[in-house]
Design a protein around this ligand. Sequence first.
Ligand code: NDP
Length: 315
Amino acid sequence: RKGSVIITGASSGLGLATAKALAETGKWHVIMACRDFLKAERAAKSAGITKENYTVMHLDLASLDSVEQFVDNFRQSGRPLDVLVCNAAVYLPTAREPTYTADGFELSVGTNHLGHFLLSRLLLEDLNKSDYPSKRLIIVGSITGNTNTLAGNVPPKANLGDLRGLAGGLNGLNASAMIDGGSFDGAKAYKDSKVCNMLTMQEFHRRYHEETGITFASLYPGCIATTGLFREHIPLFRLLFPPFQQFITKGFVSEEESGKRLAQVVSDPSLTKSGVYWSWNKDSASFENQLSQEASNADKARKVWELSEKLVGLA
Ligand code: NDP
C-alpha cells in the first residue's frame, strides 16, 4: 500500500515542496494539515499535485482545541498514519509586542512548539498502530537555534534560560511571553521555539524509540530564503536576503531542493537512524549534524517536555 504522511503547514514553502516531492513518487498519500483550507487546495492544484495523492485537513496549531479536533477528524478518516512531519511555523521578527494563541501562549512558541507538541504526543498512538515498515516522526529544526554555528550566532541568540517564562505559561501577564523570562523579542522567540523543536525530537527518541521502533528525526533543510517565512520582515530585508544567501553565504537552497531533502527524511531507506539532526553539504549529500550545547542538553529536554505537558493539558 501507499504510505500515509501528515505534513503540517503544507500550504506553502518547504511543506508544499515536500508534499509535491512525495506525491510525485506515487508511493505516498499526503495529508496537508493547514490552517487555511482554500489556500491549501489552491496551493496543491498550482503545484500540480494530483487529487488521488492528497487530502487537505484543517489544523490551526495556534489553538489546542483545533489540534484535538484535527486528531479526531484524522482518526475518523480511517487512514493509517505512517509518518508525521511537524513543519509549520511562524516567524515574527519585526513584532514589537507579543501576540498570543487561542490558549494565551506567545504565538511563535505556542504555534511552532506547543501546538506541535500536543499534536505529536496525541498522534504517537496512531503511528504506533501503523504496520508500515519504517514509521517516522520528523520535527523541522533550524540552524538559527544552533549557537555552535555562524548563523546561530547572529543576535538575538536562542536561549531558554531557566525556563521560567515557559513554566508561567508564556502569557505576558503573570509570566513573561519569552521562555527565559526576558523581555519580548520576536526573532528570539522563533529561535527559542526551534530549540524546543530539536529538544522535543531528542526527548521523543529517548522515551519512545526502543519501545516503538519509530524513527524520530530533525533537520536543517538549508536556507530557503524565498519562502513565506520572511513575509513579516521589512521590505529591504526581503529584497536583499535571497541574493545574500545565494552569493555570499552560499547557504541558499531552492524550495524544490529543500522539499527533496525533507522528502528523503520521510522516505529514504538509508535515513532510518533515530535521534538524528540531518543537514546537507554543498553537493546535497545528507550528514548527521551536531547540535549546540543547549539544543542537545538532555536535562533541559526533559524539563521542556514536562512543562509543555502541563501547558497543553497532558499532565
Ligand atoms: P512558510 O511561511 O512558507 O510556511 C510555513 C507554513 O506554516 C505555512 O503553510 C503556514 O500556513 C503554516 N502555519 C503558520 N501558522 C500556522 C498555524 N497556526 N496552524 C497551521 N499552520 C500554520 O515557511 P517555510 O516553508 O520556510 O517554513 C517551514 C519550516 O521550515 C519551518 O519549520 C521553519 O522553521 C523551517 N525552516 C525554514 C528555513 C528557511 O530558510 N525558510 C530555514 C530553516 C528552517 P499559511 O500558508 O496559512 O500561512
